[in-house]
Design a protein around this ligand. Structure first.
Ligand SMILES: O=C(O)C(=O)C[C@]1(C(=O)O)C=C[C@@H](O)C=C1
Length: 396
């Protein structure tokens, strides 16, 4: 196995705080992906092991070191006298559970992609998960997915739902289109601020820029202020635009950190409709975690069902029967099979949409009840994919 020769880990470094855009990703195909593609053909568990081994392969292997013959130890003499050519302690150790640990640690040396620019909530979420990581801004959600797939970064942190605004549908769709694995979640309280240029009063504002989710989360305040809403790619990007345009009648909804970074004044704080405005983010990686049972875990799946009465009821029953709590359910149209024509009468044909169902449930794939539930679901699901099994974030 030529892991040394084909190590996929070397990547030309991105400038800190540079943006990964679609065009950048095209240009950065200098990454050596040979090993990655080979891994694709292997079963998943072997991929995990090879990935860890590939990282270990950076360390020069034993037979490349100059041999020091000056002071043979008793141990070496002992192994030789027993007929061994090598000290067995120098042989590679088998992988243990800690090599594949689900614990993110402090994230030193981890590169994490997020959508937006510095000061965005997604960046704060990445830093909550990996406090010492290097954050890599991306212009679109899809660029963050691609950055992980192309080994430009190690992880991506993306918003998936908000307690006021609901699901971020784009990311549900991208989860299915890409083959990344969910390896963690981050829940964060999002406190929005109304920002303006220095010296501007809040009554002078006629327009406010922000991410559509942030605008939706502050609907009541904006209605009261009677300000025109304008969409921006992300909240921090909105703050940056206000500074760049220099128009006194235009403000932004963004974080206090964005105000600090871009030199804007905070005119109002905590302007979200709900005090406990919580956004849940997913952490995505190329490799899945080995499911643990040491602490509460969640599993996320996506499936489609055969047509028929009570199919969804049956699908949900596989969890209820095993006392498994569902924490989230989302349905999205199935793009390649958008409409199904049903013609069972002479009154014309009915048209139904076909759906993908996304479910998160409170159990680890290490638990037999979760394995049995999915085996049961597989009996009548047309398609089923486990998107990830990861520790529940209970830090709020
Ligand atoms: O614009 C940002 O700052 C983001 O991180 C995006 C985003 C989102 O997409 O939901 C993240 C958290 C908040 O809910 C508002 C916006």
């Amino acid at each position: 196995m030529a892991l040394r020769a084909a190590s996929p880990i070397w990547i030309s470094p991105l400038r800190p705080h540079s943006k990964v855009g679609e065009s950048d990703l095209g240009l950065r195909r200098c990454v050596d992906l040979r090993c990655y593609w080979d891994l694709e053909r292997l079963p998943k568990w072997e991929c995990c092991c090879l990935s860890v081994l590939a990282q270990r392969a950076i360390t020069p292997v034993e037979d490349e070191k100059p041999v020091d013959t000056s002071g043979a130890t008793d141990q070496v003499q002992d192994t030789q006298s027993r007929g061994f050519h090598k000290d067995l302690n120098l042989l590679p150790k088998p992988l243990s559970a800690t090599d594949l640990s689900s614990s993110p640690g402090n994230g030193a040396q981890v590169r994490v992609a997020y959508q937006g620019i510095p000061g965005a909530y997604s960046e704060a979420a990445a830093l909550k998960a990996y406090p010492k990581c290097e954050t890599v801004p991306c212009d679109q959600f899809e660029a963050a997915f691609k950055a992980v797939e192309l080994w430009l970064v190690d992880k991506a942190v993306l918003p998936i739902e908000n307690s006021v605004g609901g699901s971020i549908h784009r990311n549900y769709d991208l989860l299915l289109r890409h083959r990344l694995h969910i390896v963690g979640e981050v829940q964060m309280i999002v406190n929005h601020c109304l920002l303006g240029l220095p010296g501007v009063q809040k009554d002078e504002l006629k327009r406010v820029l922000s991410h559509p989710q942030a605008l939706a989360q502050c609907e009541m305040t904006l209605n009261k202020l009677g300000i025109i809403r304008v969409s921006a790619d992300d909240t921090a990007g909105a703050a940056q635009m206000v500074v760049a345009n220099g128009e006194r009648d235009t403000g932004a909804i963004a974080s206090a950190r964005a105000a600090d970074i871009y030199g804007l004044n905070i005119l109002l704080e905590k302007i979200q409709d709900d005090d406990d405005n919580i956004t849940r983010f997913l952490i995505l990686a190329r490799e899945p975690l080995i499911p643990g049972s040491d602490r509460p875990h969640k599993t996320s799946i996506v499936f489609t069902l055969e047509e028929g009465p009570g199919m969804l009821f049956k699908a949900l029953a596989v969890f209820a029967l095993r006392d498994i709590n569902l924490t989230k359910m989302e349905s999205r149209p199935q793009r390649k099979r958008p409409l199904r024509v049903v013609d069972d009468s002479n009154k014309g044909s009915a048209r139904y949409f076909d759906y993908l169902f996304y479910i998160d449930f409170d159990a680890s794939m290490a638990e037999p009840r979760a394995q049995h539930a999915l085996a049961h679901l597989q009996e009548f699901a047309r398609f089923l994919r486990v998107l990830g099994c990861y520790p529940t974030d209970a830090t709020l």
